[in-house]
Design a protein around this ligand. Sequence first.
Ligand SMILES: NC(=O)c1ccc[n+]([C@@H]2O[C@H](COP(=O)([O-])OP(=O)(O)OC[C@H]3O[C@@H](n4cnc5c(N)ncnc54)[C@H](OP(=O)(O)O)[C@@H]3O)[C@@H](O)[C@H]2O)c1
Length: 245
Amino acid sequence: MRLFGLIGYPLSHSFSKKYFTEKFEKEGVEALYENYPISSIEQFSGLLAQQPALEGINVTIPYKEAVIPFLHKQSEVVKKTGACNCIRIRNGVLEGFNTDVVGFEQSLLKSLDTDHNRALVLGTGGASKAVQYVLEKLGIPFTLVSRKADPSTGSKTYAELSFSEQQAARLWINTTPLGMFPDITTCPPMQYDSITPRHYLYDLVYNPAETAFLTNGKDRGAIIENGKDMLLIQAEEGWKIWNSD
Ligand SMILES: NC(=O)c1ccc[n+]([C@@H]2O[C@H](COP(=O)([O-])OP(=O)(O)OC[C@H]3O[C@@H](n4cnc5c(N)ncnc54)[C@H](OP(=O)(O)O)[C@@H]3O)[C@@H](O)[C@H]2O)c1
């Protein structure tokens, strides 16, 4: 029986175990997908020793960056983003990948058009790094928006962003957890009146399907997209990596 799994903490609301268990059943794959909630990254080596059959591991909050010192090899994207959410294990060699990048790029592109030529990236954590990588690749200039300004990255605080800047940057990407179940009434402190029908609001949160952030966009005629497709694409991308030569 092949073995795959997820590390993170806590893992009570994890999507991956259900997704892969159903996929294995449907496709007749003899494999198991287990959750490994570890309360500190120092427990990772012990887990690998206890589970020598593990062939592939997904990595979620809070270990996407902390797992990097454990890798023997890293993809170019991991090197550039400093974040890894997918590991392939072959003969004891751990190789790290970042499938959030592919997931975000493919789902963003579905509704992207020439109106969306300047972006605001809300939040500066692990998922934000994947988003920034994709925007750079697509040649879309962006401003990072954070609770604290950081001159080294040029990020601004929400209060520093003017109404006209928010109106001019027609692609808004929420990489913060604001609005995620159960805190579904919260959303980033933007000036939502600056939204026009030419805006595109993308939320990496996928539960609920329509966050307060997205409702604010929809009510003003903007294009909206949640993080569900990104999640599905990154999962399938991981499966391809675990099965590739
Ligand atoms: N759809 C998908 O496939 C997918 C993939 C990855 C992540 N996600 C989702 O994306 C979200 C972020 O994940 P992550 O791994 O990047 O988490 P993270 O590393 O904890 O970063 C989240 C960032 O959001 C900002 N933030 C956190 N709490 C906030 C608050 N109360 N108010 C305003 N800003 C706040 C912070 O940026 P500042 O300190 O700069 O303000 C923080 O760095 C989660 O909801 C996660 O589920 C979805």
